[in-house]
Design a protein around this ligand. Structure first.
Ligand SMILES: [Zn+2]
Length: 410
């Protein structure tokens, strides 16, 4: 909980504290409750809410009575008071969305990721402009754009530094390039961190516990959070777990070892296995990530259809990943693990039960407390939703000075 202060000169900060509490109460919150939550006087709360109502940032909803007291009016955010763009750049596809203040997706488009950063930037700009035009949203109401990309990222300069899976991305000043082209504030985040942020908004159990998010896209990564705060590391690049060895006899990794968790759960490994076992024809094209992704869809459909070979490929990977998850949950004493990312919805039917089964026999800290294993709550667009929530979080996180430069609605 964030406590306010009754000092008049902190009005801007207090206002943000109030908005933040309203935003975190999906069923609405009354003025009296706000006073209790923030430590601000009822008079201060009434003044702030009056201003926010006049500005159209919040609205009054239903009246609710508790006990004998007079019914209290619930306050909600006005979803159309502001908007954010969210972009997820993945080796296979780029997802661009427009959300309102509630995080509701109003517009969405998925485009195949072009080769090279320049082409990708141009495609993001064109798509974002087009989605805003279609939605009819006033540009002045757009708070900014959040972009989720594979790491590593240089957060100080907003540069994407040679992500291994994005071909033609060599130290790209992505934040400034998009900010200049679109004339709006742009925030960058690692894909797995953005995904974790989105999942925590949707699944309250993740935000309460010591949580791990396992991201399954063209590559894998993990994010850690404790009590709703992401543990992002000194340069916000935490979570590069790809070379954790989970099976000494597993598939050969580019690092020279066998059975790293990344190669054990990568779409390319799934597809190679499917070809060698005759589920996919030897002529299957795997020239670019989108080809591999399409082949993965065929394999997953075969598994869903009951093909034992396909099921075995997915379950073997799940058991290897479960070994890694055991190490990670024991390492940070996690009590909840969520899986998600672009590949997840196709894999989960066979993957999730196998992970749960394997973990039940492994995690040592299960003696101390249960470890809950969940599938994604947000779904396959989690990267883009997380990217958009970066903007909303940044705009509404109370801090004594400064919000998103140039997009502040005081
Ligand atoms: Zn490796």
């Amino acid at each position: 909980m964030r406590r306010g202060t009754n000092l008049p000169r902190m009005g801007g900060y207090n206002q943000m504290v109030v908005i933040d509490e309203i935003r975190r109460a999906p069923d609405g919150v009354s003025r009296v409750e706000l006073a209790g939550l923030t430590g601000l006087s009822l008079q201060t709360i009434s003044n702030i809410c009056g201003r926010l109502l006049t500005d159209g940032v919040i609205v009054e909803g239903e009246k609710r009575s508790e006990g004998l007291g007079k019914p209290r009016t619930m306050l909600h955010l006005e979803p159309s008071a502001g908007y954010a763009l969210g972009v997820h750049v993945d080796p296979v596809a780029m997802t661009i969305i427009v959300v309102d203040l509630d995080g509701e997706i109003l517009e969405k488009r998925v485009v195949e990721t072009p080769v090279g950063a320049e082409n990708a930037i141009a495609a993001i700009v064109t798509t974002a402009e087009d989605l805003l035009d279609r939605s009819g949203i006033l540009r002045s109401k757009v708070l900014g754009m959040g972009v989720a990309v594979p790491g590593p990222i240089d957060m100080d300069t907003g540069r994407v530094v040679r992500p291994p899976l994005l071909v033609g991305w060599d130290d790209v000043p992505l934040r400034d390039a998009l900010g200049e082209a679109l004339d709006m504030p742009v925030l960058l985040e690692k894909d797995v961190s953005a995904a974790m942020i989105a999942e925590m908004w949707q699944e309250v159990r993740l935000a309460r516990g010591t949580a791990i998010f396992f991201y399954m896209g063209f590559g894998v990564a993990v994010a850690f959070a404790h009590g709703g705060e992401l543990l992002a590391g000194s340069s916000r690049n935490a979570g590069e777990v790809g070379h954790l060895i989970v099976d000494g006899d597993g598939p050969l990794c580019s690092c020279g070892n066998r059975g790293c968790i990344g190669v054990s759960s990568s779409p390319m490994t799934f597809v190679d296995e499917a070809i060698s076992r005759g589920i996919l024809p030897e002529t299957t094209v795997v020239a670019i990530p989108a080809d591999v992704d399409r082949a993965l869809t065929v394999l997953c459909a075969a598994a869903e259809g009951g093909d034992e070979r396909a099921i075995d490929i997915i379950e073997t990977s799940a058991r290897r990943v479960a070994h890694g998850i055991t190490i990670l949950t024991d390492l940070v004493d996690a009590d909840i693990v969520a899986f998600g990312g672009p590949c997840w919805s196709r894999l989960q039917g066979r993957f999730l039960p196998a992970v749960r089964e394997e973990l039940a026999t492994r995690a040592t800290l299960r003696e101390m407390h249960p470890v809950e294993i969940l599938g994604s709550t947000v779904g396959e667009h989690v990267g883009a939703v997380g990217a958009a929530s970066l903007v909303l979080d940044d705009a509404f996180t109370p801090r004594p000075s400064g919000l998103l430069a140039g997009a502040r609605r005081s």
